[in-house]
Design a protein around this ligand. Structure first.
Ligand code: PBG
Length: 332
């Protein structure tokens, strides 16, 4: 045995669980607002917040309202947000050209948030699905997602996000070669300090379903994303993807989904000395939220417990729709 102890009665592990002070003294992991990244949905098509039926308690916000939310989140201790736009049908096309418009919703929001709250780290989604008439994360040619045609678009999109002021770019597309392509595009354009948080181990999961409703990409999606996202059966392949993305220049990596994939989080944090994040996805959020609504769980217990699980698995932080609520709970 690795840690020899005397046996009972000399060894009484309950001694270290006797009261809150002792438990706090020996606690191995901590969860603070520093660990949270809050994903926010944006809309241009309303002046008010719009509920998302499959994500109870989560709304899409017009930029002006989101701005207030972002400032309030900063005051509550949250230091990083991630932006996801709801794009109208008129902004969707086969070549995803609206993704490259410096005046699109994400780029306008980025400039607005960075000027109102410059200290808040701002992450954007480098991916084409919101803008794609096919709902895919890549350009569809002859019915298939074309890797290399997609890379060119992703690089342009990444540069425009950086020009708008994004601090962190999150390529979530799972195309081959995208990290090195984006890194060299950024370097050539002088954005040497823009951080890349690669969605490195992203699985083809049904847990993204509510998100696709939230950003209006579900209806468009033809087929599934299995030719680029990972097979949920594969752990070794996920580690190869993380290794590759680090080698290509990712500063940080992500595992997604979160809770059902904690084995991947642990393997990544054991094997690679690189900041690692997990995405508690829309489906995970909704499972927990519905159980809370049914009175099965107390939110004050389930939310911190579900987030602490990521810390225990070695993660440096978590993208979670519970971020504002978690921040309130963590501040007591
Ligand atoms: C795609 C993207 C997805 C999510 C983040 N970026 C969905 C997908 O791959 O279909 C999912 C997030 C969530 O479920 O909360 N660009």
């Amino acid at each position: 045995m690795k840690y020899p102890h005397p046996s009972y009665p000399a060894y009484r592990p309950r001694r270290l669980r006797r009261n809150p002070a002792v438990r706090a003294l020996v606690r191995e992991n901590t969860l603070t607002t520093d660990d949270l990244i809050w994903p926010i949905f944006l809309t241009d098509s309303s002046d008010e917040s719009v509920d998302i039926p499959t994500m109870p308690g989560v709304q899409r916000f017009p930029i002006s309202m989101a701005l207030e939310q972002v400032c309030r989140a900063y005051e509550s201790g949250i230091r990083c947000i991630a932006l996801f736009p709801y794009i109208e049908e008129s902004g969707k096309s086969a070549d995803c050209s609206h993704a490259l418009d410096p005046e699109n919703l994400v780029n306008r929001a980025t400039r607005a948030f960075k000027s109102a709250c410059p200290e808040m780290l701002l992450m954007t989604d480098v991916a084409l699905d919101a803008y794609n008439i096919h709902g895919h994360d890549g350009i569809v040619i002859d019915g298939a997602v074309d890797n290399d045609a997609t890379l060119a678009r992703l690089c342009e999109q990444a540069q425009i996000h950086a020009e708008s002021g994004a601090d962190i770019l999150g390529p979530s597309d799972m195309m081959d070669g995208r990290i090195s392509a984006i890194r060299s595009t950024l370097d050539d354009a002088g954005f040497v300090n823009t951080i890349i948080l690669s969605y490195a181990a992203k699985f083809a999961s049904c847990l993204y379903g509510p998100f696709r409703d939230a950003i209006n990409s579900a209806a468009a999606l033809v087929g599934d994303k299995k030719t680029y996202q990972l097979d949920p059966a594969n752990a070794d392949e996920a580690l190869r993807m993380v290794e590759r993305d680090i080698a290509e220049g990712a500063d940080m990596v992500m595992v997604k989904p979160g809770l059902p994939y904690l084995d991947i989080c642990r393997a990544v944090t054991d094997q690679f000395a690189v900041p690692t994040f997990a995405y508690q996805t829309s489906g995970e959020y909704t499972m927990i939220r519905l159980a809370i609504a049914e009175g099965v769980f107390n939110p004050d217990q389930i939310i911190p417990e579900s987030l602490m699980a990521f810390k225990r698995a070695g993660c440096d932080g978590i993208l979670t729709y519970f971020a504002p609520e978690a921040a309130r709970l963590l501040r007591g």
